[in-house]
Design a protein around this ligand. Structure first.
Ligand code: MOS
Length: 758
């Protein structure tokens, strides 16, 4: 495995660091128009009058479009089909799109937008999900404002709690989190000989294809989606580009000119999906020996005005609601609730950072109250091979959580803790988590992937997949997988931009699925080509096929060796098949909606985070000193890229734990720029020790599982548990701002003696 496990240089790095990568806003087309979206200033209201005439009178304005101009269906198709592309009579959140203004330049559309004459009648907004769930609440969705409800039923919950020696019950709440990708949403729609070409910054080209098709009323075959270099996504470009692209495409459709739509940061933050705020009521019970006996959870997500991806975000959170632990009696009820706020959606972790914050805070509290070391307490409860999850899934392979826990504690837990210095208190915290790789039973119909491989006569290689590079390193990792499979040098392999015309619908680029899904599809695509090369090499080497090996740009047999370029050239002379398609279907998954039992995912990645913090007890400020992150993700294809994923996830997790907060007032987000939305910077980066447990997953490409989302999930609870260890104060409402910590410090005298100082 000569290319696997090597830190090959990233394929996208040179263009990106030299500024030569072409992002969507760098592109332009002849005759191109600019588009601006007219949005609702109200969280809830009726559109009483809409008059575009003075906007149309502005010089340079070409067109103003509303829902009446939609030739297909006014729905952005995702899960529940409840979201219009453009509001018709009712607006349901601040920032909801109402109309599109197209003009010759940026200035014209700004001026046109100011001239739009629009009158609303205010309706009372529902801003709080718990209020929205009340029977007497006004309804904005269905009979009960609930988009989605999932459950788990296992054992006997009442009896389970009766058998416990200690029961801990708490409410946890979390805030919004903004993706903060550097590149805002952007798309150019180009009408081309009756077809519609979409270029854009996006994660899921096939979602965009379906949405544009539905809005324009054209067959999928007439919509071509080409991903441009994407400057970050983190889930924020999973479903959202379906809207952005449909908006641009509607303009292009009517004007027959290319249409460019680039969101400003302010409108991006105001109107685009983010991590759901959650309210989690969590009750857990243990025996005095420290074994989990019963867990009851009510998990509520504030979904916002439309359901978007909330039903699936909620499902993932539900499946993992007890954490990577054994528990015989479980009752979980989860709800995605409609409110007059911005629709929330996918964000790295996808419903898991919220619930994991609650799970791991509970675990920490249970351990402390039982006077059991938190690592020892987890070791008594964690899932190992041969155990069943709370959904009844018997784990047969690749579950190495115990190793991550032991490795993390070996690196950090026993280290001499720094002595607290007066008012500056030091502490350590731990959190474990697991993550079902891929879409699982909730998205089974999409759990597939295609790939195309073409070896060219000069020995260089092109490939295409249906998943996308968005900065995470997929292009690099897949190039390594393909290079290794064909035995060619890594430098000879390159990926063509992901487009809907290259491979069949391969599902979305989400759920940490690209390595396993596209990696396996690529290996299958390479098979017939590899066979051609082997046959020819065997003749050239005068050696039986079984003795021929392909690696590092050579075909070898014993001591004989020949350059692959030469073999490939011969393959072409002999007209061998040198280009091929591959198709991979995910392993079996299942889910019983009534009981929440089944095999929801085919495999889980797992991990342990240890956090060391210093809390200034005069100001409430928290400094994260060190994070030790040990992840079990199967074989690591590229160690440096993997470490990069962990470092990014750790920083996002610290932001989630300590800084990132939205301040909506009356449904309006007030901090819509990075001057007021506080993100961690390099200055807030602690020492990050990343480490991997590399037990190969037999069904992954060269043993790999998924990594993308795993790094963020356990960071916030590790930090929060460390704050408790340092101060005796437990924050149950994220983020743990200095104000909250000071208020807690002042409100009670800590009675708890942190572990390190016993
Ligand atoms: Mo991801 S949060 O599954 O786009």
């Amino acid at each position: 495995m000569s290319v696997i496990g090597k830190s090959e240089i990233r394929k996208d790095v040179r263009l990106k660091v030299t500024g030569k990568a072409v992002y969507i806003d760098d592109l332009s087309f002849p005759e191109m128009l600019w588009v601006k979206v007219v949005r609702s200033p109200l969280p809830h209201g009726l559109i009483k009058r809409f008059n575009p005439s003075s906007a149309l009178a502005v010089q340079g304005i070409v067109s103003v479009l509303t829902y009446k101009d939609i030739p297909g269906t006014n729905v952005v198709p995702i899960v529940l089909m409840d979201q219009p592309l453009l509001a018709e009579k009712v607006v349901r959140y601040i920032g909801e799109p109402i109309a599109l203004i197209a003009g010759e330049d940026r200035q014209a559309i700004e001026e046109g937008a100011r001239e739009i004459d629009i009158e609303f009648e205010k309706l009372p907004p529902i801003l709080d999900p718990l209020m929205a769930m009340k029977e007497d609440s006004p309804k904005i969705y269905g009979k009960d404002n609930i988009f989605s409800h999932h459950r788990i039923r296992r054992g006997n919950i009442r009896q389970g709690f009766e058998e416990c020696d200690l029961v801990v019950e708490n409410r946890y709440t979390t805030s919004y989190q903004e993706h903060a990708y550097i590149e805002t949403q952007g798309v150019i729609a180009v009408p081309y000989e009756g077809r519609m070409k979409i270029y854009g910054s996006l994660q899921c080209p096939f979602y965009v294809q379906h949405a544009v098709s539905s809005v324009l009323g054209l067959p999928y075959s007439q919509i071509e989606v080409i991903q441009t270099t994407t400057g970050g996504a983190f889930g924020g470009k999973e479903d959202v580009p379906s809207l952005v692209a449909s908006q641009a495409a509607l303009v292009a459709f009517h004007t027959k000119r290319p249409a460019k739509l680039i969101y400003t940061r302010e409108e991006d933050v105001e109107s685009m999906s983010k991590r759901h705020p959650a309210v989690i009521d969590y009750k857990s019970g243990v025996t005095k020996e420290g074994y989990l006996k019963a867990v009851q959870v009510k998990y509520v997500l504030n979904a916002g005005a439309y359901s978007t991806l909330s039903p699936i975000v909620l499902w993932r959170g539900t499946v993992h609601a007890v954490g990577p632990y054994k528990c015989p009696n479980v009752k979980v009820d989860s709800y995605a609730v409609a409110t007059n706020t911005v629709p929330c959606g996918a964000f790295r972790g996808f419903g898991m950072p919220q619930i994991t914050f609650a799970i791991e805070s509970q675990m920490d509290e249970l351990a402390n109250r039982l006077h059991i070391d938190p690592i020892e307490f987890r070791l008594r409860n964690i899932l190992r091979k041969g155990d069943r999850t709370v959904t009844g899934h018997l784990i047969k392979e690749s579950m190495e959580l115990e190793k991550t826990l032991k490795k993390a504690s070996q690196i950090g837990w026993k280290r001499e803790r720094e002595i607290s210095n007066g008012y500056k208190k030091r502490g350590m915290g731990i959190a474990c988590n697991y993550y079902g790789v891929g879409l699982g039973a909730g998205g089974r119909h999409l759990a597939k992937a295609g790939a195309w491989v073409s070896v060219l006569s000069d020995g260089s290689v092109n490939f295409a997949v249906g998943t996308t590079e968005m900065g995470q390193g997929m292009e690099t990792v897949l190039s390594q997988i393909l290079a290794n499979e064909l035995g060619v040098k890594y430098e000879r392999v390159s990926m063509v931009p992901t487009a809907t015309t290259q491979v069949p619908d391969s599902g979305p680029t989400v759920a940490s699925r690209a390595t396993v899904m596209s990696g396996n599809a690529l290996i299958k695509a390479a098979r017939p080509i590899k066979k051609s090369i082997m046959e020819v090499a065997s003749k050239m080497l005068k050696s039986p096929i079984s003795k021929v090996k392909l690696a590092d740009g050579y075909a070898t047999s014993g001591t004989k060796r020949i350059g692959l370029d030469e073999v490939i050239d011969k393959c072409f002379q002999q007209r061998k098949i040198m280009s091929s398609q591959g198709w991979y279907k995910a392993p079996y998954t299942s889910w019983n909606k009534a009981t929440g039992q089944g095999k929801p995912y085919f495999v889980y990645s797992t991990g342990t985070n240890l956090a060391e913090v210093e809390v200034n007890t005069l100001t409430g400020e928290v400094t994260v000193k060190r994070i030790i992150a040990v992840h079990d993700v199967g074989k690591v294809i590229n160690p440096q890229t993997a470490a990069g994923q962990v470092e990014g996830g750790v920083l996002q997790g610290i932001g989630y734990a300590l800084f990132e907060d939205m301040a909506p007032a009356g449904g309006k987000i007030l901090n819509t720029n990075f001057s007021t939305y506080i993100l961690p910077t390099a200055k807030d980066a602690p020492e990050i020790v990343s480490n991997f447990i590399e037990d190969p997953y037999p069904q992954g490409p060269f043993g790999a599982k998924g990594l993308g989302e795993q790094p963020i999930i356990g960071v916030a609870p590790a930090v929060i548990n460390a704050i408790f260890d340092a101060t005796g104060v437990r924050i149950r409402d994220l983020p743990a701002t200095p104000e909250k910590i000071i208020a807690e410090l002042n409100s009670h005298h800590p009675t708890f003696i942190p572990l390190g100082r016993r």
